[in-house]
Design a protein around this ligand. Structure first.
Ligand code: CMX
Length: 463
């Protein structure tokens, strides 16, 4: 019997998830592995040739300011899955967010893309068929169960341990399942690293909604059971079921959310952390856990939670329909007190985040009169000019985090501390696809040069 330290109630162990006959799916899932393998070997040849001819070409310079300024603008990483244009926003393998919403397969009756399709796209550069996506959903459903020690650990965490800490810890503990770690310890040839990284990526992604839902139920639903995985439902639908919600519109929003937050090129905190830790050949589980510790920072993934705290505070003080002048005053006070306005600004983007726009479009269609959405819309008018006035904020426009919490609030998923976990589930798609490619291209251990200020001063001619 396991008793929750959080609530004192007796917790049910996870029901043993239905074990499927996956023999036929194994072959189909190999289709994704086969396609990925073919793409990797083709591209690896191209990159080798490119480096042979252009390896010494200079593509940028590094200034003292860049070194002290968080490496902003230094071109230092090769990431194949996505590219972030400062003026246009993210493109996944060349496809913009509107294009992905249009082209990627959808669930029957759904209007938003299935994140399974985006994962296929990120890995292979190709838009998958409906059948390929369906098989991927089945594959993930078949591997969604957790090792017993992970369930026991989650069930015993105290309520004041933030959901993101629980999430990262559970992923670390899942390392018992790593095919990569096992293969490495058995001396597998390095040309096969990417294959084991792929296998781990698939089973890790399959398990993340189960981990997330277990955390949610333990913290906010008295440790009630997450129920069983339905092998005929897609990844997002099973996730929403496990969380305990029954709204089709919420499920469709989660599909959109998990798709658009999946990847944002390689230099952001969590993506870079996964790449860095993976470069030392830590397993995909450990590499991803490192990324999730990075995502838990308030300037990164936790900003999503911070936005809700900010808006809620504003609503409590000013009511549901504050005037522009009141919002403006509230924001100015925030800046004066030395805090950031969460959900605004970006290290690379220089325009409204298309991920914000996609969510805004969803709201305009499904919840146009929701007071919190109206408040977010008002902030869109008021905040950019205020940030511009400071003269130092490089991007005064909203980022993805300015919006997502509002939709989740509307559909009753109100526990804002949990929001970064949902982003973490999504982010796995991008960073795991990238990690497969890192190993496929045999990228070496990362080790950049650091400097002391006195060496930098000497180099700059300061005597
Ligand atoms: N509110 C107040 N000040 C802001 C600001 C904001 N939203 N955005 C930037 N600034 C400030 C910075 O703090 C910095 O001030 P100092 O010079 O006094 O240190 C100055 O403007 C210049 O910063 P910048 O070059 O425009 O932005 P950075 O690349 O340094 O930082 C980011 C980017 C996202 C951390 C920053 O814009 C921020 O803190 N935004 C609010 C938090 C947020 O929404 N984070 C989520 C981003 C999405 C993600 O990557 O996950």
């Amino acid at each position: 019997m396991i008793v929750s330290r959080t609530t004192g109630t007796v917790l049910k162990a996870l029901p043993s998830l239905q074990r499927l006959d996956v023999s036929f799916i194994r072959n189909l899932s190999c289709e994704l592995k086969d396609v990925t393998g073919a793409k990797i070997s083709e591209h690896a040849k191209k990159v080798k040739e490119f480096r042979g001819f252009y390896g010494s070409k200079v593509v940028g310079e590094v200034t003292v300011d860049m070194i002290y300024g968080g490496m902003r603008g230094i071109k230092a990483l090769a990431t194949e899955t996505s590219y972030l244009d400062p003026e246009e926003g993210i493109r996944f393998r060349g496809y913009s967010i509107p294009e992905c919403r249009d082209l990627l397969p959808k669930a029957p009756g759904g209007q938003e893309p299935l994140p399974e399709g985006l994962f296929w796209l990120l890995l292979t550069g190709e838009v998958p068929t409906e059948n390929q996506v369906k098989n991927l959903s089945k594959e993930w459903a078949a591997h969604a169960d957790l090792p017993a020690h992970v369930v026991t650990m989650l069930n015993n965490f105290p309520a004041h341990l933030h959901p993101m800490s629980q999430f990262a810890a559970a992923i670390t503990a899942c390392n018992t399942e790593s095919a990569f770690a096992k293969a490495y310890s058995e001396g597998v040839h390095k040309s096969k690293y990417w294959e084991y990284t792929f296998d781990d990526a698939m089973s890790l992604i399959a398990k993340l909604p189960t981990i997330a839902a277990t955390i949610y139920r333990n913290l906010y639903r008295d440790g009630s059971s997450i129920g069983a995985i339905d092998p005929n439902k897609d990844w997002s639908a099973n996730f929403v079921d496990m969380l305990g919600f029954k709204d089709e519109k919420l499920t469709d929003f989660i599909r959109l959310f998990l798709t658009i937050l999946s990847d944002h090129e390689g230099g952001n905190v969590c993506a870079h952390a996964v790449h860095l830790v993976g470069s030392g050949l830590s397993s995909p589980y450990l590499s991803f856990a490192a990324g999730m510790c990075g995502l838990a920072g308030p300037l990164h993934g936790l900003a999503n939670q911070e936005v809700l705290v900010f808006i809620t505070k504003m609503q409590q003080q000013l009511g549901d329909n504050p005037t522009e002048a009141q919002i403006s005053d509230f924001c100015r006070k925030t800046l004066k007190s030395g805090q950031v306005i969460p959900g605004y600004g970006h290290a690379v983007l220089r325009k409204t985040d298309p991920r914000y726009t996609a969510q805004r479009e969803f709201c305009l269609k499904h919840l146009p009169d929701y007071p919190m959405f109206k408040l977010v819309s008002e902030m869109y008018k008021v905040v950019p000019p205020i940030l511009m006035e400071t003269g130092k904020v490089k991007n005064p426009w909203p980022n993805v985090d300015a919006h997502s919490g509002v939709v989740l609030q509307y559909y009753g998923l109100r526990e804002m501390n949990f929001y970064p976990v949902i982003i973490g589930v999504s982010r796995a798609l991008g960073v795991m696809a990238s990690l497969v490619w890192d190993r496929g291209l045999s990228l070496p251990i990362e080790y950049c040069k650091s400097m002391t200020s006195s060496v930098l001063m000497k180099m700059s001619g300061v005597s």
